[in-house]
Design a protein around this ligand. Structure first.
Ligand SMILES: Cc1cc2nc3c(=O)[nH]c(=O)nc-3n(C[C@H](O)[C@H](O)[C@H](O)COP(=O)(O)OP(=O)(O)OC[C@H]3O[C@@H](n4cnc5c(N)ncnc54)[C@H](O)[C@@H]3O)c2cc1C
Length: 434
């Protein structure tokens, strides 16, 4: 092998990519800027640092992130192996001793045969050679500029403003009605509110407990995508003239225009998931559940993803990346991790795994591979690289991203069937790539 792979970033994605590529006999140069330079959230010189919580979320196969973990284990993931070894008690969740976790990842990569770790900041994208960019949501400023030159200004974002996504099956259709404004079709689901319901909701929303901004996020003003709770504080009627305006929507039950409306937009063609239009929020997750369930029709809503608003460098992958995580215009360049527009530790590691496999195949002159769409890995990679996704926002893995089953099932039974199908498909696929 006379080619090597350069990886920028020794976080979760970069470490997983380095592991996968080196296992396939390709030399790796892994560049990590710490400890010479730290992002505003990183504090440890170790590789594989968890910047916030020590939980990798659910470990159950009835949850999409639990399924993703299991798929990664079966594909020989470094991050999952070390997480399992450094696990601490956390019920259904997989939580780790963060110090032991990062120490072990660093040690394994330091002693890996084909991996050379260089503690340097990369400020410009190298003009040639195979490259994986895994510099994370807080990519250093010089590299960010260089990525901007590569992708074009309009395709690089610095903040995400995410509205919650709800499971379509958990919505109360006897209250919610289907309609677009002014009778122009029926693309949206609409939750109607009376004046009394609206005031109760808006008042509670304004008082809701928010997740704190980090120091490096404070100066940012999210005008144009203001958190919905912030709008509620600005004036009691602000929401009714903003994201909850009812104009052009007649409730078929009353044949009247409601006082206010919350609109739900399809996340997928099957209608298995819907987002709350204009409801980007910084409320704590428990508060989102409590307050948004006050909306008529959402009393039993199941949240597939909670809303959020935070600093996050990510590219517009649907326009830029193929489903193998290669840059369409320059296939020698791969992106991995949170910068691709996935959200979360496990999802970021998963994109590192796929990029590492494909970069190694590229080095060997083999065709790139793509995981089956019914696997968690495939569903997530499909979401970020689907050119039909126009309003792209970072996404956690969730069952709403999976192709529908042939039979109609609900709840736990459905999740079980999705997980079984995914693991079966993965097994077939893995035969060719392990
Ligand atoms: C503040 C914050 C809190 C978060 N909390 C959670 C959470 O609790 N749970 C969760 O699931 N997800 C969380 N996330 C989201 C995400 O899952 C993590 O950020 C995750 O670590 C992303 O993995 P990554 O490998 O893509 O990036 P990172 O883990 O950030 O790794 C990127 C690495 O690249 C290095 N780097 C950056 N620029 C350069 C350069 N120019 N040259 C060389 N090295 C460079 C960095 O030092 C870093 O080590 C959080 C994100 C942020 C920003």
């Amino acid at each position: 092998m006379n080619q090597h792979i350069t990886i920028i970033g020794g976080g979760l994605a970069g470490c997983e990519a380095a592991w996968q590529a080196s296992r396939r006999g390709v030399p790796v140069l892994l560049y990590e800027m710490k400890p010479k330079r730290f992002s505003p959230a990183h504090v440890s010189p170790l590789l594989g640092e968890l910047v916030c919580s020590n939980s990798l979320r659910s470990n159950s196969l009835h949850n999409a992130v639990g399924l993703l973990k299991e798929e990664m284990r079966r594909l020989g993931s470094l991050i999952m192996a070390v997480a399992d070894e450094t696990r601490v008690p956390a019920g259904d969740a997989l939580a780790v001793d963060r110090q032991a976790f990062a120490l072990e990842i660093t040690a394994r990569l330091q002693s890996a045969e084909n991996v050379n770790i260089l503690r340097e900041e990369i400020t410009h994208i190298p003009p040639e050679g195979i490259l994986i960019i895994a510099s994370g949501p807080l990519t250093s400023p010089f590299l960010t500029e260089s990525i901007k030159e590569l992708t074009g200004e309009d395709y690089l974002y610095f903040y995400d403003a995410i509205a919650p996504i709800l499971d379509g099956e958990s919505l109360n259709r006897s209250i919610i009605f289907r309609a677009s404004r002014y009778g122009r079709g029926d693309d949206y689901l609409n939750c109607p509110l009376t004046q009394e319901e609206y005031y109760r909701f808006a008042d509670e929303l304004g008082k809701g407990e928010k997740a704190p901004y980090r120091d490096f996020e404070k100066p940012v003003h999210f005008e144009g995508c203001l958190p919905v709770e912030e709008m509620a504080v600005r004036g009691r009627e602000t929401l009714a003239h903003g994201p909850m305006k009812p104009v052009g929507l007649v409730d078929p039950r009353t044949e009247k225009i409601p006082y206010a409306v919350v609109q739900l937009r399809h996340e997928d063609a099957e209608g298995s998931a819907f987002n709350l239009v204009g409801f980007q929020t910084k409320l704590k997750w428990k508060e989102q559940e409590r307050i948004f369930r006050m909306i008529p029709g959402l009393e039993q809503a199941v949240f597939l993803r909670f809303g959020s608003l935070h600093r996050n460098t990510f590219i517009h992958s649907p326009a830029l990346l193929g489903k193998t995580l290669q840059l369409k215009k320059e296939p020698r360049i791969f992106f991995a991790g949170q910068i691709t527009g996935v959200e979360g530790y496990v999802e970021s590691s998963a994109m590192g795994l796929l990029a590492g496999i494909n970069a190694a195949r590229f080095a060997w002159g083999q065709p790139a591979v793509f995981p089956p769409p019914a696997t968690a890995l495939g569903a997530l990679a499909h979401y970020i690289s689907n050119p039909q996704v126009k309003e792209f926002q970072p996404m956690n893995v969730n069952f709403g991203l999976f192709p529908p089953l042939e039979v109609r099932l609900r709840g736990k039974e459905k999740h079980q069937a999705l997980a079984e199908r995914a693991l079966k498909d993965l097994q077939e696929w893995a035969k060719d790539i392990l």
